[in-house]
Write a protein that binds this ligand. Structure first.
Ligand SMILES: Nc1ncnc2c1ncn2[C@@H]1O[C@H](COP(=O)(O)OP(=O)(O)OP(=O)(O)O)[C@@H](O)[C@H]1O
Length: 623
């Protein structure tokens, strides 16, 4: 059978290179220009994590640099004493004081560097904790609509895949840049005291290497950046192949071969891109090292010439060789650390960029304000609400207006995709409308913290989460209103029967992936979700298809529960089972994002419109 071409949706190889071209425009000057800001950012993070440790690391490294210079100068003393005329013993004795200074400087430097290393090592876990918590605090706060935005997912992937974890590496690299820079300044000072011509030659020896290193880093980053959509796709397919949720359908629909082929198509393309990267990096490194070797030869030829024309004495030339070695090490360290700082810094800016994206673009409008309590309502009024999902041309809701009075049972009905769930999410403060207002009495919800609305609203969602927690937490959601409230909510929803059959009752963990974990059926999960809605003290209870998975008896009980235990709560019911909405105080019929009919069951039946048509269709099915 001919292999069918794979439709990979939005993923094409040229997409990957599209990003690469953009990123390849980054020049060396850009990198050098960004370093100060990167060092500043790293220091800020470190300071927030622990000011004492970062101060220790910087100061001890600074002092280490001072002792490097001191040691080199003392070395000149040793060499001068050794190279003077006279008996060997006398020369050695004369060199001893300088030698003692060299030893003392080396010991001091080693001690200071060990202290600095300790401070740096202490910083790492503190920074990791700080950044991880900062990220998750924001991802759980951003407007829900962000999760419908592919750009947000890309940025989130970049931030979590690597960005979040490099913060401590960036700080270490920034400290290393400072340390190597200080060491270099110390040695360069000594070197220029010996002869001014040595310094530029030294740069010549090391700069080509660093050019290669920085270019290589940039290549790696651009490639990684470009591969993100593909990696995400691979990750998603990988999850389908390896996770419990899809395991049954993967087998039932014999999808294994298809999914593996799809995985392989992405993985093979990714592999090609990476192999190309490895080749280009090797070539760049080779060129850098070849030019660097030439530079090093020039340095030593120049030193030989200076000696030959007696421009410097032998002792100074000896110190110069040591100083050049030391400077070379420092410069190499500086380049390495700069390179790391730049490369990891790019990932780190992914992280900081994501934090900015969260706070600037996706922060709910009133998120900064304090969560002032929102009193209940006598009437909710929705006026001219329009809403589109990110990247969608057709609005999911357009010009929707309605009212809900306290204590009413309101129903939204309409065909699939007509906008019922979207409207419910706007009413519960999960989405903010693009235009139009939602008023709780006189309070515009746009002016209050979204949490204030959510605290007064309970949602039994159509796609409720099966929390991998105990049965108790699946109902209380971490709140503690006492046993009677828990049992009452479970009883209304019929979840008490489900829980009574569990091996550890309310303490049973509802996740089969863990030892002693237990799985529920779809309908049993739904009863738990209904109980969760009842358990919350809410003025507005939104039930989005609360009974879709319930058996007839449980459905009847749930609606009875809804009616008799509403306790003054306002209930918003979304359901396709029209028999259940007959008793609603008012029914809104949605079609293509608009309210097309409204009224009681009797009024709508008399109207003979869409509701009448849908109801009659269902009713005839039972005749
Ligand atoms: N997360 C989303 N991102 C983009 N578009 C969405 C999203 N969720 C829903 N839509 C679109 O918005 C429109 C309204 O969807 P909504 O879920 O509100 O309909 P619904 O009336 O609740 O449908 P159903 O009866 O199937 O539950 C649909 O056209 C749907 O394709």
């Amino acid at each position: 059978m001919a292999e069918q071409a794979l439709d990979m949706g939005e993923i094409t190889i040229s997409d990957w290179y599209g990003h690469a071209d953009k990123m390849a425009e980054v020049r060396f000057r850009t990198i050098a220009g960004r370093l100060p800001s990167l060092v500043r950012q790293a220091m800020k993070v470190a300071w927030r994590a622990n000011p004492r440790d970062i101060l220790c690391a910087v100061i001890l490294n600074l002092l280490g640099g001072v002792f490097t210079a001191f040691g080199l100068l003392a070395t000149t003393g040793v060499l001068t004493a050794l190279f003077t005329a006279g008996p060997t013993l006398g020369r050695v004795m004369a060199a001893l004081p300088s030698l003692a200074l060299v030893a003392a400087a080396a010991a001091m430097r080693a001690t200071l560097q060990a202290g600095a290393g300790w401070a740096q090592a202490r910083l790492n876990p503190q920074i990791s904790r700080l950044t991880e918590e900062q990220l998750y605090s924001l991802t759980s706060e951003v407007a829900l609509v962000a999760f419908d935005d592919p750009d947000f997912h890309d940025a989130l992937e970049r931030a979590t895949a690597r960005g979040m974890y490099v913060a401590s590496t960036v700080v270490t690299a920034a400290i290393d840049v400072l340390t190597a820079g200080i060491g270099l300044v110390a040695v360069a000072g000594v070197l220029s005291m010996l002869h001014p011509a040595l310094l530029p030659l030294l740069l010549l020896a090391v700069l080509p290497d660093s050019w290669a290193a920085i270019r290589g880093a940039r290549m790696r980053y651009t490639t990684e950046y470009a591969l993100i959509p593909a990696r995400r796709r691979k990750w998603i397919i990988g999850k389908l192949l390896a996770e419990r949720g899809a395991a049954a359908e993967v087998r039932a629909f014999t999808m294994r071969g298809f999914l593996l082929r799809m995985y392989d198509a992405v993985a093979a393309a990714e592999q090609d891109v990476r192999l190309g990267l490895a080749r280009r990096q090797t070539i760049t490194r080779l060129i850098g090292e070849a030019i660097g070797g030439l530079g090093a030869a020039l340095v030593y030829i120049a030193l030989g010439l200076l000696l030959a024309v007696a421009a410097i004495p032998l002792a100074v030339a000896g110190t110069a060789v040591l100083a050049i070695k030391s400077a070379q090490t420092s410069l190499a360290n500086l380049m390495y650390a700069t390179n790391r700082l730049y490369e990891e810094g790019l990932y780190f800016t992914d992280f900081t960029g994501f934090l900015d994206l969260c706070t600037e673009r996706h922060r709910p409008p009133s998120a900064g304000s304090a969560t002032t309590a929102l009193a209940g309502f006598e009437r909710i009024a929705v006026d001219g609400v329009t809403f589109s999902y990110p990247g969608s041309d057709t609005p999911a809701l357009s010009g929707v207006s309605l009212k809900i009075d306290r204590g009413e049972v309101i129903a939204f009905v309409g065909e699939n995709g007509s906008g019922k769930t979207t409207l419910a999410k706007i009413l519960s403060g999960l989405y903010q409308p693009d235009s139009g207002v939602v008023l709780w009495d006189d309070v515009d919800l746009a002016d209050v913290h979204p949490d204030a609305v959510r605290l007064r609203t309970a949602v039994i969602a159509q796609d409720h989460t099966r929390w991998p927690l105990t049965a108790r937490y699946n109902i209380t959601m971490g709140t503690d209103k006492g046993e009677p409230a828990l049992h009452a909510a479970a009883a209304i929803a019929g979840a008490d029967d489900v829980i009574a059959d569990l091996p550890h009752g309310y303490r049973t963990l509802l996740d089969r992936r863990f030892k002693d974990g237990h799985e529920l059926s779809g309908g049993q999960w739904q009863r738990i979700a209904v109980a969760r809605g009842f358990h919350r003290d809410a003025d507005l209870l939104i039930c989005d298809e609360p009974t879709a998975a319930l058996d007839a008896r449980a459905e009847h009980a749930a609606f009875e529960g809804l009616r008799s235990h509403a306790d003054g709560r306002t209930v918003l019911l979304i359901t396709h089972r029209l028999a259940s909405v007959r008793y609603a105080d008012r029914i809104y019929v949605l079609d293509h994002g608009k309210i097309v009919e409204q009224g009681t069951h009797e009024a709508l039946m008399a109207e003979g419109g869409l509701y009448h048509e849908l109801y009659t269709l269902q009713a005839t099915a039972y005749q």
